[in-house]
Design a protein around this ligand. Structure first.
Ligand code: UDP
Length: 237
């Protein structure tokens, strides 16, 4: 069975039973950032579900004799949206993040694709400080079952950790740039690149300014190999 369906089932049950949860989609970049940002490391440790979304993590597993299956976060997020109308009552969903208009377009596209989907609210990720209280109040009133937060890493993880108490029974997922893909403002890498662990090269081609951030990937690989050779924990040094 593909791992995606296990996560999907586990999360569906949690949503149905109204058991709150923070889902983190882990990649090499985030792991390296966690080393510099203790709050991010804490948040990753505290999350109820961390899924391996990155070829670096898969490689790390292989080096240590573990077969880890990669599950792209965007695919898990899509599967849950498709699942959302298949229960007695459609799950209420909130989209938070992206440039003005992006989450709205993404929501409209999903409404066309899945009749009956219940996206109860959207909010762009460039909120003015004076509007923040009102937004938090709206979220608290709505208590959506599923909340997608696309503010980029590590902002979205830290934001969820800080605000999840407002909707303690919701499933919160950091979705990165997924709203951009669903709105059609960004493309995902072609499948053959994803299948060959080369999705990162497409991101670099689309967003060359990311090169500095993406240096985390070779660093992570080097650290993983060193760890394999010396058995020293790459995080604690
Ligand atoms: N973003 C946002 N508010 C911010 C900064 C970023 O809503 O203050 C959004 C941005 O518009 C984009 C997403 O966060 O939609 C970041 O996407 P990216 O692909 O960079 O995510 P990452 O690779 O960091 O997960």
């Amino acid at each position: 069975m593909h791992l995606l369906s296990s996560y999907d089932r586990w999360l569906s049950e949690r949503i149905e039973q109204r058991l709150g949860c923070h889902v983190i989609t882990l990649n090499a970049e985030m792991t390296m950032q966690a080393e510099q940002t203790p709050a991010l490391a804490r948040t990753i440790h505290q999350a109820e579900l961390v899924i391996p979304d990155g070829s670096g993590i898969v490689l790390y597993g292989r080096l240590h004799g573990k077969r880890i299956q990669r599950v792209p976060g965007i695919e898990l997020a899509q599967t849950l949206l498709e699942r959302s109308t298949q229960f007695k009552e459609p799950w209420s969903i909130f989209f938070f993040g992206g440039a003005p208009g992006v989450a709205e377009t993404a929501a409209q596209n999903w409404r066309q694709k899945i009749p009956g989907i219940s996206i109860v609210g959207v909010q762009n990720g460039y909120l003015k400080p004076e509007d923040e209280m009102e937004f938090l109040h709206r979220l608290k009133t709505l208590q959506p079952r599923l909340i997608y937060v696309g503010l980029g890493v590590p902002r979205q993880e830290l934001w969820i950790a800080q605000h999840r108490h407002l909707c303690p029974n919701s499933v919160w997922v950091g979705v990165g740039g997924s709203f951009d893909v669903w709105a059609g403002t960004k493309n995902r890498a072609p499948q053959w690149l994803c299948d060959n662990h080369l999705e990162w090269s497409y991101r670099l081609y689309q967003e060359p300014w990311r090169w500095k951030r993406m240096m985390a990937l070779p660093k992570f690989v080097l650290r993983s190999v060193m760890y394999r050779l010396t058995k020293r924990n790459p995080v604690s040094g």
